[in-house]
Design a protein around this ligand. Sequence first.
Ligand code: TRP
Length: 364
Amino acid sequence: MADKKIILTGDRPTGRLHLGHYVGSLKRRVELQNSGKFDEIYILIADDQALTDNADNPGKIRDNIINVVLDYLSVGLDPSKTTICVQSALPALHALTFYYMNLVTTARLSRNPTVKSEMQMRGFADEGLPAGFFAYPVSQAADITAFDATVVPVGEDQLPMIEQTREIVEKFNRTYGETLILPSAMIPENIMQRRLPGVDGKAKMSKSLGNCIYLSDDSKTVKKQINGKMFTDPTHLRIEDPGHTEGNVVFTYLDAFCTDEHFSRYLPEYANLEEMKEHYRRGGLGDGTCKKFLFNVIEEELNPIREQRAKWASDIDTVYDIIKDGTAKAVEKTNATLNRVRKAMRIDYFDDRSIISDWKALLG
Ligand code: TRP
């Protein structure tokens, strides 16, 4: 067990996945899946975690499970290599969360920067903070350890969760003996891919801001987002004016997506992005041309994804079986960890009758 390489990662099913998810994590997952370097790969649809800030709207979570699974399958996650499973159907995660809660202080949870900023965003600071939301990093530690994950590929914003998990693992192993695997985070190497801004230039793509390009958007919608909303350089008024490429979302997206081959196909007057940027800075290159090029680059990325999505969407019965079977596999995996944990804590009373003689000795 100890030397297996195991990946676990996950998403909250609160909406369709967008280009930010794609460059920040989905693309990487597919590469890791196809690298053949991992013994087991699990992807968790974290519906329980999604409920921690959507308790009044379970229907939203229920609906979005299918959106997220279709996004996974359409980008190339392959159920024969990657096990896709649903969190709420894994009872071992609930039990582990309950035990781990005792290994974390409320002071430590209050310092978690991701929880802090999410609290702010959701208005929990004023309205009152649900205990389940406050404690979700503990449940995330249960997710990660239950699968014996060695590597957790995530976006940068999740680093505090992995840190918290590592602390819980160390505390557990110190208290009850070497039992849990210490996981490491894996974040995107390419800076451009760590956080793709919204089309409006806001730091993050978010549904409520309407600044996303979704993997499931059709061409018309993508064109509308790029032509109608994408933030460029407000000082670049006429084509002849010199322009800025820094902070210009069109160029940020090109940094994340385009290759030299895209130039030979769609914009052969430049050999690469550097030449194009050079021209933009000098003046004489219009936003319209840049946006049209970006549209072509993104369409090339999205077209095969759309094709796959349409294929899977026409066969939802099969998709249902994929997550049902994946979840059944995950039940076994996570139950095995829970048994190990209970044994380490010596609360496995009904798997170990030696307690009878201990009790008898105790009573003299
Ligand atoms: N918190 C993650 C997010 O919001 C989702 C998640 C739940 C997760 N459980 C996980 C990520 C375990 C990695 C590992 O994106």
